[in-house]
Design a protein around this ligand. Sequence first.
Ligand SMILES: Nc1ncnc2c1ncn2[C@@H]1O[C@H](COP(=O)(O)OP(=O)(O)OP(=O)(O)O)[C@@H](O)[C@H]1O
Ligand SMILES: [Mg+2]
Length: 274
Amino acid sequence: MSAPEAAAKPRVTFDRVSVEFPSKSGPMRVVEDVSYEILDREFVSVIGPSGCGKTTMLNMVAGFMQPTSGRVLLDGKPVGGPGPDRGVMFQEYGVFPWLTVRENIAFGLKLAANRSLAGERDAIVENYMRLMGLEAFADAWPRMLSGGMRQRLALARAYAIKPQFLLMDEPFGALDAQTRTAMQDLLLSVLAAEGKTVMLITHSVEEAIYLSNRVVVMSARPTRIREIVEVPFPYPRDESLHDTPAFGELRSHLRDLVMKEYAAQARQAVRLSD
Ligand SMILES: Nc1ncnc2c1ncn2[C@@H]1O[C@H](COP(=O)(O)OP(=O)(O)OP(=O)(O)O)[C@@H](O)[C@H]1O
Ligand SMILES: [Mg+2]
């Protein structure tokens, strides 16, 4: 994977997007006037305090909900609903408990929208079971897996349908440090081979820098864009990037921004409880 061309088309446009949810004390504003674009083949990470509205923003791109005001465009058109062009990996894994490991991975490949992959189905399923280290559990049920294994299963499911656009909500959060690193590198190699656009929500500043072209830092709720940070490192990237001074500087800058937003959120909580 390489940085998208300067003239790359926007795949996603958030155009003055605001979201309100009803609450007992009236409408609660969660997203406040957010505008930015995700370009074709760009990897954008979104980082910000817990509860600020990150999943809400991803849900609008996935087509699960609409903004209260403003527009969310996919390839220039308002997002109408979910579609096979977008592979979504949910924060809480999104694996079906009533299907085995093998059946979960095959599930998306059996949908009509992915019929083009039918001939390759078995090979794709075997390949992703191997890449995720799940071969020995092919016929196991999700409840028999550890949390990290369920998360790897969810990754296998999302990659197997080869979507052009990956929407990933904290996909590596339940993994141990070694597996997390391996899964980040695997994602980079999938992207290098298949060329995708990615929107990734993460709480890890290191992960955001290591993987992304740009990092969107969101404020405390109602969430606004605090800063959009360009990550200047060329792809392919490898682990040693973490040890470079430039990585360290970017990490300090992003940590600082995120910590300020957590502090702002804590101050808000105190005000609300007064
Ligand atoms: N369907 C809904 N109805 C009402 N409130 C909602 C709904 N979905 C989300 N919220 C509220 O909107 C806010 C933002 O939620 P969201 O899930 O987008 O946060 P997040 O940034 O993804 O947090 P985390 O990092 O903890 O996953 C929260 O206060 C949440 O309670
Ligand atoms: Mg979330």
